[in-house]
Ligand binder design. Structure first.
Ligand code: FES
Ligand code: FES
Length: 165
């Protein structure tokens, strides 16, 4: 099948690519660009392991064809930390044992970033659980994940208040 030209900005880097129109964004990231932090769990939109942000919104990259994302800005787990400095959400996941095997963790973190950007999370554990219900953790580290999200949001809100002052 004929390849199609697309341009994607991934973690701040612009990529001009020729892609098979059948290739998903997930496979493009993992197989072609070596960005293997984004995980493939179910490959059918049911587990959330492949969550990335596209133009600031969380999507299941296993359900998105790469060609349909032409021109988009993609953030994967590899682009979340600032150098050696972890993002507050990443640091909070570690502090609260928000993972066990860690396979779902990149998707959980990307989904958390999306949830926070949507302004939906708040500090209500039930709302957080609902907001992340598309991200399955087979190890059931949910308790730590929710605690981590509550703490990370408090830290981010405090940092915002300091910046605004
Ligand atoms: S791998 Fe995409 S939702 Fe499971
Ligand atoms: S930490 Fe293992 S699947 Fe979530």
């Amino acid at each position: 099948m004929t390849s199609l030209p697309i341009t994607l900005t991934i973690n701040g880097h612009r990529h001009k690519l020729e892609v098979d129109p059948r290739v998903t964004l997930l496979d493009l990231l993992r197989e072609r660009l070596d960005l293997t932090g984004t995980k493939k769990g179910c490959d059918r939109g049911q587990c959330g392991a492949c969550t990335v942000l596209v133009d600031g919104k969380r999507i299941n990259s296993c359900l998105a064809l790469a060609v349909s994302q032409d021109g988009a800005n993609v953030l994967t787990i590899e682009g979340v930390a600032h150098g050696e400095e972890l993002h507050p959400v990443q640091a909070a996941f570690i502090a609260h044992d928000g993972f066990q095997c860690g396979f779902c963790t990149p998707g959980q973190i990307m989904s958390t970033l999306g949830l926070i950007a949507e302004g939906q999370a708040g500090d209500d554990p039930e709302r957080i659980r609902e907001g992340l219900s598309g991200n399955i953790c087979r190890c059931a580290a949910y308790g730590g994940i929710v605690e981590a999200i509550v703490e990370a949001q408090e830290k981010l809100a405090t940092a915002d208040r300091r910046t605004a002052a």
